[in-house]
Design a protein around this ligand. Structure first.
Ligand code: ACO
Length: 319
C-alpha cells in the first residue's frame, strides 16, 4: 500500500500588519467589538505588487527547504485559492514558472476556505494511486483585493498569506483519511457574485456574507466532519493530538472544540494574528505550530476546512 506523508511545511505573511485600531480610525467599529466578536487582533495585508503566486512562492520555498526537496523533484503542484492572479492561467502554473521548473502537473483548486483540505486530499489521492510521488500543496490568498473596505461587517475579518506542504509517497500514513463535502444550495450566504464579461465586471467583485448563517453552518459541519473523518480513519477523537479548524473566528473554533470534547490545549488558534486567510489559514497555522516545536513528528493532526460553496471537509494526518 502506498501512502502520502507531509515531509515539510512552509508559510509566508506579507510584512504589512494592519491592526484593529486602523479600522476604528476610519469606520464605525472598535478594537473591542472586533476582538470580542471574532478574536482577531491584527492581520497581514499584501502590497499591491504582491499576488497570490508571490506569497505562494515564498511559502513553497520554505516548505521545500524544510522537506529537503528540490523543486525539480516535484511531479505535482495543487494550489488552493479564490483570489488567483488571473482568470487563467492557473496560479499553480504561474507558481511553477516562478519556481523555475517545468513539466510537472499543476492546477488550482477552488473551494474557498476549504481549499487547502480539498487540495491536500486531491494530492493524497494522486500519490496513493501510484501515479505521482512528490507533491507541493499550497493555500494562497490575497482576500484584501475582494473586500469592500467600507463594509465593517466583512472587511475586519480577513487577511492575506500563504501556507504550503510537501507530500511524499511512503509506506506508512501520513494522511489516514480525508472526507470532503459540499452543498451548493447555500451559495448565497457567502459569495463574491461577479465575473468578467465583455471587458467589464458583471455583478459585484466584493465579498458578501450573512455572518450569522455562516457561523451556525460552520459550527455544525465542523463537528460532523471531524466525527466522520476520525471514523473513516478507524480512530477515536482521543487519538487526535491537534485540531486545526479553518481559522475564521475564535468563537467558531472554540465552539467546535467544545462540541467535540477536545481539551483547549489541543486547539490550534492563529486567527488572532492572521485574521481569516481563507485557503491559506490551515497551512499557515500548521507551519506556525511545526516551527514553534509544538506539532512534532508522530503527532496526529485533524485539519478542517469550511467555506463558500458551501464546502467543508477534514483530513486526519500523522506528521
Ligand atoms: N464593528 C461594529 N459593529 C459591527 C461590525 C463591526 N465591525 N460588524 C457588524 N456590526 C454590527 C452589525 O451592524 C449589527 O448592528 P445592529 O444590531 O445595529 O444591526 C451588530 O454589530 C450585530 O451584528 P451581528 O451580525 O449580529 O454580529 P455577530 O455577533 O453575528 O458577529 C460576525 C458578526 C463576527 C460576522 C459573526 O457573525 C461571524 O463571525 N460569523 C462567521 C462569519 C465568518 O467567519 N466568515 C468568514 C468567512 S466564512 C468562513 O471562513 C467559514
Amino acid at each position: 500500500m502506498i501512502y502520502s506523508r507531509i515531509v515539510g511545511t512552509g508559510s509566508f505573511l506579507p510584512p504589512r500588519v494592519m491592526t484593529n485600531q486602523e479600522f476604528a480610525a476610519r469606520l464605525n467599529t472598535s478594537d473591542e467589538w472586533i476582538r470580542t466578536r471574532t478574536g482577531i487582533v491584527q492581520r497581514h495585508i499584501a502590497d499591491k505588487s504582491q499576488a497570490s503566486s508571490d506569497l505562494a512562492l515564498e511559502a513553497s520555498r520554505r516548505a521545500l527547504q524544510a522537506a529537503d526537496t528540490r523543486a525539480g523533484d516535484l511531479d505535482l503542484i495543487v494550489l488552493a485559492t479564490s483570489t488567483p492572479d488571473y482568470v487563467f492561467p492557473s496560479t499553480a502554473c504561474l507558481l511553477q514558472a516562478k519556481l523555475g521548473i517545468k513539466g510537472c502537473a499543476a492546477f488550482d483548486v477552488q473551494a474557498v476556505c476549504s481549499g487547502f483540505v480539498y487540495a491536500l486530499a486531491t494530492a493524497d489521492a494522486f500519490i496513493k494511486s501510484g501515479t505521482h510521488k512528490r507533491a507541493l500543496v499550497i493555500g494562497a490568498e490575497v482576500f484584501s483585493r475582494i473586500l469592500d473596505w467600507n463594509d465593517r461587517g466583512t472587511c475586519v475579518l480577513f487577511g492575506d498569506g500563504a501556507g504550503a506542504a510537501v507530500l511524499a509517497a511512503g509506506s506508512k500514513p501520513g494522511v489516514h483519511a480525508s472526507v470532503l463535502r459540499a452543498d451548493g444550495s447555500h451559495a448565497e450566504i457567502l459569495s463574491v457574485p461577479g465575473n468578467v464579461c465583455g471587458g467589464a465586471i458583471v455583478g459585484t467583485p466584493f465579498l458578501r456574507m450573512d455572518g450569522q448563517a455562516v457561523f451556525k453552518f460552520a459550527v455544525r459541519v465542523l463537528e460532523e466532519s471531524a466525527r466522520e473523518t476520525v471514523a473513516a480513519a478507524q480512530m477515536a477523537l482521543e487519538d487526535v493530538d491537534w485540531l486545526i479548524p479553518h481559522q475564521a473566528n475564535v468563537r467558531i473554533l472554540e465552539a467546535t472544540a467544545r462540541k467535540l470534547g477536545l481539551a483547549h490545549d489541543k486547539l490550534v488558534v492563529t486567527v488572532d494574528h492572521h485574521g481569516n486567510t481563507s485557503a491559506a489559514s490551515v497551512p499557515l497555522a500548521l507551519d506556525e505550530y511545526v516551527r514553534a516545536g509544538k506539532i512534532r513528528s508522530g503527532h496526529r493532526v485533524l485539519m478542517q476546512g469550511v467555506g463558500g460553496g458551501f464546502t467543508w471537509g477534514s483530513s486526519l494526518v500523522t506528521l
